[in-house]
Design a protein around this ligand. Structure first.
Ligand SMILES: C[S@@+](CC[C@H](N)C(=O)[O-])C[C@H]1O[C@@H](n2cnc3c(N)ncnc32)[C@H](O)[C@@H]1O
Length: 313
């Protein structure tokens, strides 16, 4: 629902609110052809066991239910963030009830059973590091479907594939979506040289990101994933673009778009504040000018991303 005349959200909204704001934007962005092939492949399983590392607040499972892409399944969503994992089952229960399903929640609140109209989905959410969980006994070859949404560009993909793909049974599917691929656009242009310097440095922060002493990020993860999957011996079935594209429709953004764009500007500011190659005054003025464009309903944002559907042999 477009909203006009509303102030852009202040920087630093909770991450769960950012993820909630991202959901309708992701709905639009997901590649329709890759999704159709994914939904068709999922339907070929009787009762798939689905694993989703980096599930956040659980929007991908919500989407599958909303789009009726699942009838019977066992789902496990894993995320490091406690707040997301706490919100996910509450959101899912609400959504399932609105969709007309019966919901039984477990006493611990972390899992629920959704039934009705021939549907039976057992969903569980767990706060954990997927790479630690992958090392546990019994996890290898245990899953029919591995989903990772807006996740792969945050980690070291070659080593992650070595750990994650063996979790799938032979013939198991992976659906890797919204993998960032090296292009962020903010329009209208402010100062062409400064704009491109800032984008270059911003992308470099992704390439240089370290977590726990391990390289964790790639600003061109999307294009590199083709080769990484080939090297991992996986079969790629489909791939396609899933760019985020946000612009003021009829001089307005939706509430979610305002939160989302505010968060993107906040992320860029946090990533580059104090960067030795940037003049701090120029950068502060640049961020303020971008916030003004958002408040004035002038800002267009594009991020290039790719979706992948494939299978292990
Ligand atoms: C950009 S968010 C995407 C969340 C969700 N897929 C979505 O799009 O709404 C990436 C998520 O991955 C989680 N994450 C990062 N590393 C992880 C790990 N090693 N194990 C589990 N979750 C992880 C983060 O906590 C974060 O919630």
């Amino acid at each position: 629902m477009p909203v006009s005349g509303q102030q852009a959200s202040s920087p630093g909204i909770p991450f769960t609110r950012y993820l909630a704001s991202k959901k309708p934007i992701d709905d639009r962005a997901l590649n329709a052809h890759v999704w159709d092939e994914f939904a068709r492949a999922v339907a070929s399983f009787d009762k798939p066991r689905i694993l989703e590392p980096g599930c956040g607040i659980g929007t991908m499972l919500e989407r599958m239910i909303e789009r009726q892409a699942l009838t019977s399944a066992e789902y496990l969503g894993i995320d490091l963030a406690r707040e997301s994992i706490e919100q996910a089952p509450q959101r899912l229960a609400k959504l399932a009830v609105v969709q007309g399903y019966d919901v039984v929640s477990a006493a611990d609140g972390g899992s629920l059973h959704i039934t009705g109209s021939g549907t039976s989905i057992e969903a569980r959410f767990m706060q954990a590091d997927v790479f630690e969980m992958a090392g546990e006994r019994g996890s290898q070859g245990a899953w029919h479907l591995l989903m990772a949404h807006a996740f792969l560009d945050l980690i070291d993909i070659p080593s992650a594939l070595q750990t994650l793909l063996p979790l799938l049974r032979p013939g198991g599917l992976f659906y890797f979506t919204l993998v960032f691929d090296g292009l962020t656009v903010l329009e209208p242009e402010l100062d062409s040289a400064l704009d491109s310097q800032i984008m270059q440095l911003y992308h470099r922060t992704m390439d240089e990101r370290m977590r726990g002493g391990i390289p964790s990020g790639d600003s061109r993860a999307g294009r590199h994933l083709f080769g990484h999957l080939r090297q991992a011996g996986a079969e790629l079935l489909e791939a396609g673009g899933s760019d985020w594209v946000i612009f003021p429709r009829a001089a307005a953004y939706s509430k979610q778009e305002i939160d989302f764009l505010g968060h993107i500007l906040h992320t860029m500011e946090a990533a580059l504040a104090g960067h030795p190659e940037l003049d701090p005054k120029l950068f502060t003025a640049w961020i303020a000018a971008r916030r003004n464009q958002l408040n004035d309903r002038e800002l267009t944002f594009i991020a290039h991303q790719l979706d992948f559907l494939g299978r292990v042999r």
